[in-house]
Design a protein around this ligand. Structure first.
Ligand code: DX5
Ligand code: ZN
Length: 239
C-alpha cells in the first residue's frame, strides 16, 4: 500500500495569518497542504473560498510544500493553467460536472463512460502542466464512475468525499467506506484519499476500508492538543 499521507485542510485555518498557519502544520508533521478551491456554485455547496493567487502566495512562503489543491468547481478545465502557474503540486477535480454534462444520456453505463472520457482528457491536461491529477467523488456519486479512470491509470489519486463539498466541520459519512473498499480491492497500489469529518477515529475506519491518504481541517487546525499531536494521532490511525 502507498504510504500514509496526512493533508491538513486550510479551510479550517485562520485566513488572516495563513502563511503562519501553513508553517505551523508543516512543522507539526503535515505531509501535504490541502487547499479547498471552491467557486461558490452548487458543486462547492455554495461556498466561495480560495483562488490561484493564494496558492501562489503559499508556494512562495513554503517552496518545498506539496500543495494538494481540491477544486470543487463547475468548470475545472478553465483553471488548469492558472493553478499550475501558481505552483500547485496536484489538481483534484470533482467528477460531477462531467456527469452533469451527459444528463441527456439515458443509459447509465454510457453516461459513466462519457463522463470518464471527459475527465480523462482533463487529467491529461493537468499532467501536461506538471501536476498530479486526481478525481473526487461526492458522497452520493457511485464508485463506478471513477473506476475507468483508475483502471486506465488516467489519475494519480481518487478522493472519496466523506461529506458534501463546501464547509469544514461536517460529520463523516461512513457509508462512503463501501466505495473506498471497492476501489481498494480493484487497485492495490492506488492513492485513495478521504476528505470530510476526519479525525483519528474516522481515519482508522477509512484506513480499514483501504484509504491511505486523509484530509483533515478542523481536527488539525483547531486541535486543542495542538497540531503535532493531532497529526500524529491521525497518522497512527493510518499505519
Ligand atoms: C469539504 C472540504 C474539506 C474540508 C474538511 O468541503 O473539501 O477539505 O475542509 O474539513 P473538516 O476536516 O473540518 O471536515
Ligand atoms: Zn477538500
Amino acid at each position: 500500500l502507498p504510504r500514509a499521507i496526512v493533508s491538513p485542510s486550510i479551510l479550517a485555518a485562520d485566513f488572516a495569518c495563513l502563511g503562519d498557519e501553513v508553517e505551523r502544520v508543516l512543522a507539526a508533521g503535515a505531509d501535504w497542504i490541502h487547499v479547498d478551491m471552491f467557486d461558490g456554485g452548487a458543486i462547492a455547496g455554495g461556498n466561495f473560498t480560495i483562488g490561484p493567487p493564494v496558492v501562489a502566495a503559499l508556494r512562495k512562503r513554503a517552496p518545498g510544500a506539496f500543495l494538494d489543491c481540491h477544486l470543487a468547481v463547475q468548470d475545472p478545465a478553465k483553471y488548469v493553467e492558472a493553478v499550475a502557474a501558481a505552483g500547485a503540486s496536484s489538481f483534484t477535480f470533482q467528477i460531477e460536472p462531467f456527469l452533469d454534462a451527459h444528463t441527456a444520456q439515458p443509459d447509465a453505463a454510457k453516461r459513466c463512460a462519457a463522463a470518464a472520457a471527459g475527465a480523462a482528457e482533463l487529467a491529461a491536461a493537468i499532467r501536461a502542466r506538471g501536476m498530479r491529477a486526481a478525481v473526487a467523488v461526492a458522497p452520493a456519486t457511485g464508485v463506478e464512475v471513477v473506476m475507468p479512470l483508475a483502471d486506465a491509470g488516467a489519475v494519480d489519486m481518487v478522493l472519496f468525499m466523506t461529506v458534501n463539498c463546501g464547509f469544514g466541520g461536517q460529520s463523516f459519512q461512513a457509508q462512503v467506506l463501501d466505495k473506498v473498499a471497492a476501489a481498494r480491492r480493484a487497485h492495490p497500489s492506488l492513492t485513495i484519499q478521504v476528505d470530510g469529518g476526519i479525525n483519528a477515529t474516522t481515519a482508522a475506519l477509512a484506513a480499514a476500508a483501504g484509504a491511505n491518504a486523509v484530509v483533515a481541517g478542523t481536527a488539525v487546525f483547531l486541535a486543542p492538543e495542538g497540531a503535532a499531536a493531532a497529526i500524529g494521532a491521525i497518522r497512527g490511525a493510518l499505519l
